[in-house]
Design a protein around this ligand. Structure first.
Ligand code: BG6
Length: 475
């Protein structure tokens, strides 16, 4: 269905001079603007504790679009976008000065700030009477554990009802993650094999080659479990494991996801490996270890890597291991789901000259090289019976002749339009925290790994026999 412009409203970005705004939000708003997918009326007001004026903010926005927009920058288009841009300096949670800038009845406020600032700003929204008619978009991580997430939900609901809250998890804005829903529920052929009967294990990997970049100070407070596992990875897990919703109504979809998150057996800290990168080499360049990154303590025990073995207490998935791993400064950027099917009940093709028997598997490449591959055993041509793994491979780039658009464009548009389908509900976020609470309470010791590697060797303990499926293993 073609997207249409959302209703008239003002857009307020709190934290408008930060990294997220610069890299993602401003370029996404610009691209929505050129596609006529911003509200016809209403400004885009940046808020931050700096003595900037509109002109300074427009300069910042120009640089951000020129550097990060997927479509580049067009001078005329930017000029008309810049007409919408305003800046209001705000210290702490007092959002009162914003009022004079807003022209519409309706508004959306995006909190692109560190989690520690959420509570004051939410209270500030209430006090400045800006909450009436406002929707709120709030970044992850939502809280830092189950108790603080509950508390934050209470703070939020005192000011804004749940139906106007949009908890963002940008993974849901990714085409490849949305396509998982279509893959599962638009086709009937996978449903018969989508359970413990046919599936031996599910591995979800979110590997990044970047380090913590300029976010060291913030990351120190967060770590990989709060940054990636509790949100992005649990969302992918929920979509892989959920039952079919009765419709794509946002509540029906979220009901099914929340059931999966509630079915996660509280993760046992003994089934978790936490790692931290030390100096090494990534893509041929030497890089420093995490403890030498700006803003990071020299004796930090924050994890930049986590591997977890997760079980679901459900009929469909009982006995199937979900193996999750994520890390920064790994050998390459690769986010994928590997679903390994059970071995054939009898190994008929064994013996001399035979390729090692592999189980068939389905690989969903979320990024990069977006696509889905089915890998199975085939007979090599020739007089002897020799087997090898082969692929049936769907590639986004080849099939659609395009690369997927930015997640934030879709999500910003949906929030402006009041559509909750791709946003996280209160009970989802709390269930995610509940699943990892024991690990947060009793974090296992840190295992160091070289930057540019596949993570700490200790993580093999969590893997299936035979180890993790290598990222690019085609054998
Ligand atoms: C963010 C995390 O949510 O996701 C970052 O806070 C991480 O640490 C980023 O780098 C990864 O996003 P993507 O879209 O590149 O996979």
């Amino acid at each position: 269905m073609a997207l249409t412009p959302p209703p008239d409203q003002d857009i307020v970005v709190v934290g408008a001079t930060g990294d997220l705004a610069r890299r993602k939000l401003i370029p996404a708003l610009y691209n929505l603007h050129i596609e006529s997918l911003l509200p016809a009326r209403g400004g885009v007001t940046g808020v931050a504790p700096f003595a900037w004026d509109d002109a300074r903010f427009r300069e910042f926005a120009r640089d951000s679009v020129a550097t990060f927009s997927r479509t580049g920058i067009d001078a005329a288009a930017f000029a008309s976008f810049a007409d919408r841009l305003r800046f209001v300096p705000v210290e702490g949670g007092d959002l009162g000065p914003l009022r004079a800038q807003l022209t519409e009845e309706r508004r959306i406020v995006y909190l692109a700030v560190p989690p520690s600032a959420f509570a004051d700003l939410i209270a500030g929204l209430g006090k400045s009477q800006l909450a009436d008619g406002a929707s709120l978009v709030i970044e992850k991580p939502f809280g830092r554990d189950l108790e603080s997430a509950r508390e934050l939900n209470r703070t939020l609901h005192a000011v804004i009802p749940e139906r106007r809250v949009f908890r963002i998890d940008h993974y849901l804005g990714k085409e490849t993650v949305q396509n998982l829903l279509v893959f599962r529920f638009g086709n009937s052929m996978f449903e018969r094999i989508w359970s413990r009967d046919a599936i031996a294990r599910v591995e979800i990997t979110v590997a990044e080659n970047i380090g913590v970049e300029q976010r060291g100070k913030l990351y120190e407070e967060i770590g990989a479990i709060r940054d990636i596992v509790q949100n992005h990875m649990f969302q992918v897990l929920a979509i892989i494991a959920m039952e079919a919703p009765i419709s794509f109504d946002p509540e029906q979809l979220r009901n099914e996801k929340v059931k999966v998150l509630q079915a996660i057996h509280p993760v046992d800290p003994r089934q978790v490996v936490r790692g931290q990168y030390r100096a090494g080499e990534v893509d041929g360049a030497k890089v420093v270890g995490y403890r030498r990154e700006p803003g990071v303590s020299r004796s930090s025990s924050t994890e930049t890597y986590a591997a977890l073995r997760v079980r679901l207490d459900s009929w469909r998935w009982s006995g199937v291991h979900f193996l999750l791993r994520t890390g920064k400064r790994m050998a390459r950027r690769d986010t994928r789901v590997v679903i390994t099917f059970r071995d054939a009940p009898l190994h008929l093709f064994r013996g001399e000259g035979m390729h090692r028997m592999h189980s068939g598997r389905l690989e969903v490449r979320i990024q990069p090289d977006e696509g889905i591959a089915l890998r199975f055993v085939a007979k090599q041509p020739g007089p002897e019976l020799v087997t090898q793994m082969v692929d049936m491979d769907f590639k986004y780039g080849e099939s659609f002749k395009t690369s997927p658009p930015e997640a934030y464009e879709r999500l910003l548009h949906d929030a402006l339009d009041g559509d909750h389908t791709l946003f996280i509900r209160e009970d989802e976020v709390e269930s995610g925290w509940a699943a990892v609470q024991r690990v947060l309470d009793h974090p296992p010791a840190i295992a160091l790994y070289d930057a540019g590697s596949l993570g700490p060797a200790e993580a093999d303990r969590i893997a299936a026999p035979g180890g993790w499926t290598a990222f690019d293993d085609t054998a």
